[in-house]
Design a protein around this ligand. Structure first.
Ligand SMILES: [Zn+2]
Ligand SMILES: [Zn+2]
Length: 357
């Protein structure tokens, strides 16, 4: 029953050795201790965070750190440590990456992504761009291993994490049936927002995206209208689509200062806005027209990453089939081709790239 005990041997992994130095190499299969679990990775998708890590721009990947990234991971339970009796070998799970301390106010209110002592698989410990990943005891105890249906493509189930971030963003927006929803940006996150907004009953989903391939994805994936803001007047289109009132809900899913600024103007009276993406570190300030917020009674929200509770809700939505993310998986690569996979994740034509170890 214990598939990797005894001679543990080596496994293939994509290991970060420094900025732009990701090496596919053999490393020892992780040893697990009391309360820990070893997961055999089936699928691990590459996210914008992984690209930031790859280029040496992630605050948790300090100089000198050698670590395996990968935090969007689906696999099967391969080995369980002592004192674990509620999880069985062979179960297919999504590994929710974030854990908190478990006892601060943020943790006990279900916002462990905001815990000051936050840890994350693939960020603060070795992640899933490997044949096996060790799940720390804290993650096991805090419910980070979420069962996923075997009827769902594991590459799609790996998208539970980014989808949970999207869900967290929209939970802050309270989209009502019939609302006009504007999404600024049609990368993988923008199209997930599009699908989820439709599933939540949005009346019209308008997507603003200047890159042609991305605009086409958005249209294919349920947007009612896609606008190129560089050649069309977005405000005019919105007015046409909303009987002149503007957008009831706006998601700014592009890390662009001007997009955040424009949201205040494009929002309807009583509109809700979510600043979903962070801005570049070197230019985090915007011109914020406070009077628009005041006189229109706007609600400006922001969300960052996702909690384990968000991942459980996201898994329920994916497991139920309510939202189908299968067309987001653009390409799959074996782990040995991790470098090619990273290059593909960087071209702006594809949506999600998945490694299959
Ligand atoms: Zn991610
Ligand atoms: Zn905490």
């Amino acid at each position: 029953m214990n598939k990797v005990s005894g001679d543990r041997g080596n496994m293939l992994a994509a290991v970060y050795h420094g900025p732009n130095d990701l090496r596919v190499e053999k490393v020892p299969i992780p040893t697990i201790g009391k309360g820990e679990i070893l997961v055999k990775v089936i699928s691990a998708s590459i996210c914008g965070t992984d690209l930031r890590i790859f280029h040496g721009n992630h605050r948790m990947y300090l100089p000198g750190i050698i670590r395996i990234p990968g935090h969007e991971v689906v696999g099967t339970i391969a080995e369980v440590g002592e004192e674990i009796n509620n999880i069985s070998i062979g179960q297919r799970v999504f590994c929710s990456p974030n854990t908190g301390c478990g006892h601060c106010l943020q943790c006990i209110t279900g916002n462990n992504n905001l815990c000051a002592n936050y840890e994350a698989i693939g960020v603060t410990s070795d992640g899933g761009f490997a044949e096996y990943v060790r799940i720390p005891a804290r993650s096991v105890q805090q419910g980070n291993l979420i069962p996923v249906s075997e009827s769902i493509d594991p590459a799609v189930a790996a998208l539970i994490e980014p989808f949970a971030c999207v869900l967290r963003g929209q939970n802050a927006l309270h989209i009502k049936a019939g609302d006009v929803v504007l999404i600024l940006g049609a990368g993988p996150i923008g199209v997930m927002h599009t699908k989820l907004a439709k599933a939540r009953g949005a009346g019209r989903v308008i997507v603003s995206e200047p890159v042609n391939d991305r605009a086409a994805h958005a249209l294919r994936m349920g947007a009612d209208r896609v606008v190129d803001p560089t050649s069309e007047n977005l405000k005019q289109v919105l007015n046409e689509e909303s009987e002149g009132r503007g957008a009831d809900c706006i998601v700014v899913a592009a890390p662009v200062n001007a997009a955040q600024e424009s949201a205040l103007d494009l929002a309807a009276i009583s509109g809700r806005i979510n600043f979903f993406g962070g801005l570049p570190k070197n230019s985090p300030t915007i011109n914020f027209d406070s009077n628009l917020v005041h006189y229109k009674e706007l609600v400006v929200t922001a969300t960052t990453a996702c909690s384990t509770a968000d991942c459980w809700q996201a898994a329920q939505i994916i497991n139920s089939g309510l939202v189908d993310l299968s067309d987001l998986v653009s390409r799959r690569f074996p782990l040995k081709d991790a470098l090619r996979a990273f290059a593909a994740a960087e071209d702006r034509r594809s949506l999600k790239i998945v490694l299959e170890p």
